[in-house]
Design a protein around this ligand. Structure first.
Ligand SMILES: Nc1ncnc2c1ncn2[C@@H]1O[C@H](COP(=O)(O)OP(=O)(O)OP(=O)(O)O)[C@@H](O)[C@H]1O
Ligand SMILES: [Mg+2]
Length: 227
């Protein structure tokens, strides 16, 4: 179970003296093995909420619990180890490392933990399972299309076999065939007992979740409306 408890977050812009409230007293419980989808207008704070849930951005107030682990009470090293082992994060802007090849980007999260050959084989299997052809494996990210980058980012998020997948608009750059492939993959992961937290603007993707939340004006409500 992941629990978001009374989370609030504001940002202060350098040019303005006022703070902009992005999230206000957000509560959310996500049972293990469920898939929740979050929709909401651009700029409503969806990525901010995912970053907070994943330990990348400390909320101003509130807590994030993974079972009985209070994420922001962990020290930096423990928090990053916990994140690496528990959470697979698909960034909205991919965040592939520009000077590493496709296959190295996928291997990177575990490069220092596993035997290189074993890791290479796993990376190749993951890449092939989401339709990345072999001739792209040694290419740098700059030589990939948006949809290819997105799929490499998804493969990287799966390399550590995480219990929780946090996906920020993971199909935004994909054609229908590849989008459906990712929907099937996420469905399979849920069947395997993984927890999925997904942000999307695509209601067809959101509909595959067990619950649909709508984020607007800093508040999260269940049973979203169209955006
Ligand atoms: N580091 C930051 N400093 C200041 N403002 C920020 C920062 N990060 C995000 N914001 C602002 O917070 C708001 C929410 O941003 P966020 O990226 O969470 O929105 P979003 O719902 O993911 O939007 P989109 O659907 O376009 O991805 C935006 O107005 C954004 O400009
Ligand atoms: Mg976003």
């Amino acid at each position: 179970m992941i629990s978001v408890k009374n989370v609030s977050k504001s940002f202060q812009h350098l040019s303005l003296s006022q703070k902009t409230v992005i999230l206000q007293n957000v509560d959310l419980s996500i049972p293990k093995g469920s898939w929740i989808s979050i929709v909401g207008p651009s700029g409503s704070g969806k990525s901010t909420l995912l970053n907070i849930i994943s330990g990348l951005l400390k909320p101003d107030t509130g807590e994030i619990y993974y079972n009985d682990v209070d994420l922001y009470q962990l020290h930096n090293k423990a928090k990053s180890d916990f994140r690496r082992k528990t959470i697979g994060f698909v960034f909205q802007d991919f965040k592939l490392l520009p000077y590493y090849s496709v296959v190295d980007n996928v291997m990177l999260p575990l490069l220092y933990d596993r035997k290189k050959k074993e890791l290479y084989d796993k990376a190749v299997t993951l890449l092939q399972s989401i339709g990345i052809k072999k001739e792209l494996f040694s290419r740098l990210p700059e030589g990939l299309s948006g949809g290819e980058k997105q799929r490499v980012a998804i493969a990287r998020s799966l390399i550590a076999d995480p219990d929780v997948m946090v996906c920020d608009e993971p199909t935004g750059n994909l054609d229908r065939e590849n989008r459906d492939r990712i929907i099937d993959l996420l469905g399979q992961l849920r069947e395997d007992g993984k927890t999925i937290i997904l942000v999307t603007h695509d209601l067809d993707v959101a509909d595959h979740g067990d619950k649909l939340y709508f984020l607007k004006d800093g508040s999260l409500t269940l049973g979203g409306v169209s955006v």
